[in-house]
Design a protein around this ligand. Structure first.
Ligand code: C2E
Ligand code: MG
Ligand code: MG
Length: 630
């Protein structure tokens, strides 16, 4: 025979013997009876009642009642095990008798197995102080009004360890006197930890450990929702990151991104939150509530911090940043607006030669709007045949006779109207559309040239403008030779004008490409010379034929001394390098005479003619005559 905990019971401790010895009823005592032969345990509940003879003060016998509770006992054992496995504990509070009962698992959760609390207050002592009021309120309200509560609370065990628990309770019976609360207590620490990990994983960039795009956008959303004004969105893009990635490989790229992130972190410090926004873009939400100038100061710190070069695998390279700022609420009220506008300001910083920062302005918003519109229309313009070429005569300055023509593109968009190249070429360069458009220009100019020749106009050549983006593609020489072949033209009938931009892009093959083109027999010219970057040493190395003196220098001629000096210098350089010079933008006879004085023999400009539709060009030719080279 064993007791409820499984320990053997001595003869004297058996309920009937205790009843006999004490003369008191021994109520519902749980006993285990082990049947040795059948190897079976039966649980019984025994109640022993002592019997007294009249007048006797000691019982002479005991009557015991047994009931088999094996099933019940098994159920409750299972129940306790299930509770432990599910980490669910049960509890019951009897308001009338002020008694509190907690199951083993409930005691484990609050860390009080060795010292079970007897009162509600004893349990509340184990609830984190910040959660205590809501538990008290919940209990009070179910005692008063009935119903149930379901709370997630933090439990602090006596040893200081903290756990998350779900506390469910409901009232049975009303009013303080007979209020009874029952409920469960569940350890949900693991679930909370997993949830928390998932939440932070979804908001973290794995490479840099910073907030990711989603993370920072919801943080911005949260800030805009709070009443604290004064967040500035700082949009940061690494200049030429793609180059490093392409040249040195992805692991170098990753290395650089991590290093850039650390540098940015140091710049930001406590003044804001940093995130990797995607690719090589980072975003800071700068706190500018107290110091409106903080975002500008931060942008300056970032620009400076990237002055030092990066090292990777023995290589050293410089990466700069382009940074754009948009301040809440002046520059945008919504998350989308602020981020777009900071992006527009960043883009503006890039356009201004990178390695600088810009603050958003409404003018930028307009430009950005235009850009989006133009880019959308550009995409279909070629297929819709919205482009055409006009031709500006290049004349001999001495007699005004036509030497050649420059093809200039025109775009008539059904949506945007007639567009000058200045308004769309740079967009087409950004989107890359210029590559297809440029190929069309080459083809169309060759076609026109062949037509003029067939009509008997022995024009020396036609010039087309080539974008640096076209120059960077590999098939430019192929496109040109295909066009020449198709219309049966010699290479010398075509002139290609490049801006100095092709020189600074510094593609490894620049020299090679120029040589291949020269091999086709075409004439190579640097356009708008002096306006751009004037990489003078290139002039010596490149196999080019001539320069076009930018009209910006001609404007002040002959009055403005420095313009005069520049024109003289360019003419001098060209002469000593054996290059032809063409003057652009000749508008007055005084300019023409000045140029003739410098020994420049060819020019184009409104003094002679603006760019003309092909038919008008032919008419102009007939009228002025063709210059015949001696
Ligand atoms: P550009 O190659 O320097 O062309 C000369 C520009 O100066 C033309 O403007 C022309 O109309 C203008 N011009 C001519 N004579 C005078 C004058 O006496 N005074 C003044 N102030 N301007 C004069 P346009 O046609 O608007 O072209 C602007 C620029 O667009 C061109 O400059 C060229 O860089 C680019 N462009 C034009 N067509 C193409 C093309 O087919 N492909 C590419 N990639 N760029 C092109
Ligand atoms: Mg040109
Ligand atoms: Mg030009």
């Amino acid at each position: 025979m064993i007791d409820h905990r499984g320990y053997p019971i001595g003869f004297r401790d058996m309920p009937p013997m205790r009843a006999l010895a004490t003369g008191k009823i021994v109520e519902s005592t749980l006993l285990g009876l082990y049947h040795h032969r059948r190897k079976q345990l039966t649980w019984v509940s025994a109640t022993s009642v002592p019997q007294f003879r009249p007048g006797a003060d000691r019982p002479h016998q005991v009557i015991s009642l047994f009931s088999d509770v094996t099933e019940l006992k098994r159920d409750s054992a299972l129940f306790l095990r299930a509770q432990a496995l599910a980490r669910v504990g049960g509890w019951e509070w009897d308001g009338g008798r002020h008694r509190l009962y907690l199951t083993d698992e409930a005691l484990r959760i609050i860390g009080r197995r060795d010292d079970p609390p007897r009162t509600l207050a004893g349990v509340l002592a184990q609830v984190a102080p910040s959660d205590r009021p809501q538990v008290e309120d919940a209990i009070e309200s179910v005692i008063r009004d009935g119903g149930a509560f379901d709370l997630e609370i933090q439990v602090v065990r006596p040893d200081g360890e903290s756990h998350w628990a779900r506390l469910i309770g409901q009232a049975e019976g009303r009013a303080p006197m007979n209020a009874r609360l029952t409920g469960t207590l569940q350890d949900i620490t693991q679930r909370r930890q997993i949830e928390e990990a998932l939440r932070s994983q979804a908001r973290t960039d794995p490479l840099t450990g910073l907030f990711n795009r989603d993370g920072i956008l919801s943080e911005l959303e949260r800030r805009l929702g709070s009443d604290h004004p004064g967040t500035t969105v700082v949009y940061i893009d690494l200049d030429r990151f793609k180059l490093v990635n392409d040249l040195l490989g992805h692991s170098a790229g990753d290395h650089l991104l991590v290093n850039a992130a650390r540098r940015l972190e140091r710049c930001v410090g406590e003044s804001g939150v940093l995130a990797r926004f995607g690719g090589d873009e980072f975003l800071v939400l700068a706190d500018t509530e107290h110091d409106p100038g903080e975002a500008e100061a931060l942008a300056e710190r970032i620009t400076r911090a990237f002055g030092d070069s990066f090292r990777y695998a023995g290589e050293e390279f410089t990466i700069t940043t382009s940074v754009g700022l948009a301040r809440h609420p002046e520059h945008g009220k919504s998350v989308q607006q602020l981020v777009n506008n900071a992006d527009a300001a960043m883009y503006d910083a890039k356009r201004r030669g990178r390695n600088n920062w810009q603050v958003f302005t409404p003018e930028l918003a307009r430009q950005q709007h235009d850009r989006v519109q133009v880019e959308a229309q550009l995409r279909r313009a070629l297929d819709n045949e919205e482009f055409r070429l006009v031709y500006q005569p290049l004349v001999a300055l001495a007699d005004g006779k036509v030497r050649s023509a420059e093809a200039l593109i025109r775009w008539r968009s059904p949506v945007l109207g007639e567009m000058r190249p200045d308004h769309f070429i740079s967009h087409a360069e950004t989107t890359g559309d210029i590559v297809r458009i440029g190929a069309w220009v080459i083809e169309a100019a060759c076609k026109q040239m062949a037509a003029w020749r067939a009509e008997g106009f022995a024009l020396e050549r036609v010039a087309v403008n080539i974008s640096y983006r076209q120059f960077l593609t590999e098939d430019l020489p192929q496109i040109i030779s295909d066009a020449l072949n198709e219309y049966g033209l010699p290479g010398s009938a075509l002139e290609l004008e490049f801006t100095e931009r092709v020189l600074i892009e510094d593609a490894p093959d620049t020299l090679h490409t120029f040589e291949t083109l020269r091999g086709l027999g075409v004439v190579l010219t640097i356009d708008d010379f002096g306006e751009g970057y004037s990489a003078l040493n290139y002039l010596r190395r490149l196999p080019i034929h001539g320069l076009k003196l930018s009209h910006s220098f001609l404007q002040g001629v002959p009055g403005n001394e420095s313009d005069v000096a520049i024109c003289q210098a360019v003419a001098g350089i060209a002469r000593s390098l054996g290059l032809d010079v063409v003057a652009e933008g000749v508008e007055s006879p005084a300019q023409r005479d000045f140029l003739l004085g410098l020994g420049i023999r060819t020019g184009q400009g409104f003094l002679f003619s603006q760019a003309l539709e092909p038919d008008n060009f032919t008419a102009f030719l007939r009228q002025t005559g063709l210059h015949t080279p001696q």
